[in-house]
Write a protein that binds this ligand. Structure first.
Ligand code: SF4
Length: 281
């Protein structure tokens, strides 16, 4: 068996031919194989959307969460068993729309999870409505006269909101994405990887050719968040790679109750539930 195949379930991906999801799927399996993390040591929480179907295609502990709610269960799994590698796979709608509060607060808490945002600038599963990252003026099914809001900048948001690891990847730059994901998973603390993921079916503007003219690999290591922020605000070009990484204790490392064994391995104390319930009724 090839090392990457160990993460394949018995189901084959059903995405549209040519979808950027395929590149991310492979890059993630290659990153896990390179890090020698066995499937039973990986927990993946997915959101609703085309990327959410990863829950069926991965052989690991997977949970297909409610729309916009993939991040809280991911944080909960990490607190219950911090020996697991915990990943969240989520689209731009779920992460930057319905679930934005979760993203902001998990960044601040530095929960040790890696968040892979499949950013195709649309709600694609529901056939192409505009999302928080859709460029202003884009005509979609839900914005027939062009979208009015300016798009959210995920990398700038992560940098401004104290995320310990912020990176951008591109689905069609698979080897580079694998390298970025390897570093993000190895990083202890919150990792945001915003992945540009062309939707070949519903996005006729941001095509592979459009991206090809704009993406480039970041060469320098930024010396401050401010410097990285300036690069993140660029509109003419889209840098790929790590914008910022800093070492600081992860949430579970600051909890005294989790010292030693993970929570699931600690003995369950006898609790008088009746007394507890009485307090609330
Ligand atoms: Fe991929 Fe778009 Fe098809 Fe969804 S609709 S599977 S994002 S190409």
């Amino acid at each position: 068996m090839r090392e990457v195949n160990q993460y394949d379930s018995h189901l084959k991906p059903t995405w549209c031919p040519g979808c950027g999801n395929f590149g991310i799927f492979t890059a993630l399996k290659e990153a896990l194989a390179q890090l020698k993390i066995k499937p039973h040591k990986v927990a993946i929480v997915t959101d609703v959307g085309c990327s959410g179907n990863n829950a069926d295609f991965f052989k690991a502990y997977t949970l297909h969460a409610l729309h916009g709610r993939a991040l809280p269960p991911a944080a909960g799994i990490k607190l219950a068993n911090h020996q697991l590698t915990v990943l969240a796979i989520i689209g731009d709608g779920g992460c930057y729309g319905e679930g934005l509060t979760h993203l902001i607060n998990l960044m601040r808490g530095n929960h040790d999870i890696t968040v892979l945002v499949h950013n195709n600038h649309l709600y694609s599963l529901t056939t192409g409505q505009y999302s928080p990252t859709t460029p202003k003026g884009t005509v979609t099914k839900s914005t027939p006269d062009g979208s009015i809001e300016v798009p959210l900048n995920p990398v700038a948001l992560g940098l401004a909101n104290q995320a310990a690891f912020v990176a951008r990847g591109y689905a069609f730059s698979q080897e580079h994405l694998k390298s970025t994901l390897t570093k993000a998973i190895r990083h202890v603390g919150f990792s945001l990887v915003d992945i540009l993921q062309p939707c070949v079916t519903f996005d006729k503007n941001q095509t592979a050719a459009w991206y090809q003219e704009r993406v480039f690999k970041l060469k320098k290591k930024f010396s401050s968040r401010q410097e990285a922020f300036t690069e993140a605000l660029r509109e003419d070009k889209l840098g790929l790679g790590i914008f910022w990484q800093e070492k600081r204790p992860a949430y579970h490392q600051e909890l005294k109750v989790l010292e030693g064994k993970p929570l699931i391995a600690k003995p369950i104390e006898k609790v008088n539930l009746g007394k507890l319930i009485e307090e609330f009724i």
